[in-house]
Design a protein around this ligand. Structure first.
Ligand SMILES: [Zn+2]
Length: 329
């Protein structure tokens, strides 16, 4: 049997791609599964409110189920983190979503009981992901992603009737025409473009500050392969024709529902680089020395450590670059 490290893509273990939870796809479809799990002593609840979860000492705070099972609960799976000493007990994990921060009673963080919940902070995934354990990062990503889907898929896309949640929160069914609706993910490619001198192309998006530079990216269109999306998006945003796209790794990016697929690709004509001025304001080529100087001198800011863009840039660079001060996407 291969270890997780042996089946990892070139980018390695990305901050938002660290699943330590067995999602239990075969059990969650059972009638009454969530009700049954709710009554178990080893079950734990993760609250998410506005994309934020309770965090204490760098760990997610999980609470025990209390009272009746609330509407809108989602089964997240069984924690497999008991194989990691000190990372928490084997637990059934249930997501509850709240509009505001609910008062927490009786919680634990990292498998340790929390005596006081006064210091709990409600923190967004991007801000805390890189610091969390594998189990906590994985379950937080899963929770935010499924919560985001439910939030905007309340009605049947065929007839407009409000849908009903089934299969422990993983399917919505229309009571009118019985159509079933499953959680959606939008694939997006993100690319390190290089030239024959192995320089890296980065772009400054019109929506960011002028000093923020990142890899180029875009959504895959219906009926399009990932490789075709790489070639099309890079040409649209930078005027460059690229070839030889190579897949390097992926991670979910549930803001609100993307899956980022990291590629590298090559151009034969780097001098033709020109920003589209609609989405990308500037494009710029960097040697490794130029990028290191620009980052350490504060001239440019790179994406945050939770992003695949950061991992792609550092994969090309061959090591870590200084941390950015603010940007987290
Ligand atoms: Zn319908």
């Amino acid at each position: 049997m291969r270890t997780p490290e042996e089946i990892l893509p070139a980018l390695g273990r990305l901050p938002l791609a660290r699943e330590e939870v067995d999602r239990g796809c075969e059990v969650r479809a059972r009638e009454g599964w969530l009700e049954q799990v709710w009554t178990r002593a080893e079950s734990r609840v993760l609250w998410v409110s506005g994309g934020r979860a309770p965090v204490l000492g760098g760990q997610l705070v999980l609470t025990r189920p209390e009272g009746r099972l609330p509407a809108g609960a989602v089964y997240l799976g069984r924690s497999t983190a008991d194989t990691v000493p000190g990372a928490g007990p084997r637990a059934e994990l249930i997501l509850l979503v709240s509009d505001d921060h609910p008062p927490l009673t009786g919680g634990e963080a990292g498998g340790q009981a929390v005596s006081s919940l006064e210091d709990v902070a409600w923190v967004g995934l991007r801000d805390v992901a890189a610091a969390l354990t594998d189990r906590d990062a994985g379950v937080f990503v899963e929770a935010v992603a499924i919560a985001n889907w439910h939030a905007v898929h309340t009605h049947c896309p065929r007839c407009g009737t409000p849908t009903e949640v089934t299969q422990s929160g993983w399917v919505r069914v229309c009571p009118q025409d019985r159509s079933e609706h499953f959680p959606r993910t939008d694939p997006a490619i993100i690319v390190t473009v290089t030239d024959h001198q192995d320089r890296l192309l980065l772009g400054n998006n019109v929506a960011w500050g002028p000093s923020v530079y990142s890899t180029l990216a875009g959504f895959v269109e219906p009926g399009e392969s990932l490789e075709a999306a790489v070639v099309r998006e890079i040409h649209e945003e930078s005027n460059l024709r690229v070839h030889s796209p190579v897949y390097l790794g992926s991670q979910p990016w549930p803001f609100p529902q993307s899956l980022m697929l990291g590629y590298t690709a090559v151009t034969d004509h780097p001098d033709e680089a020109a920003a589209d001025r609609e989405e990308v304001a500037h494009v710029r080529w960097f040697t490794r020395q130029e990028l290191e100087d620009a980052v350490s001198g504060g001239e440019i800011t790179l994406p945050g450590s939770a992003s695949i863009s950061r991992a792609l840039i550092e994969h090309w660079f061959g090591g870590a670059l200084p941390e950015p001060r603010t940007l987290q996407n």
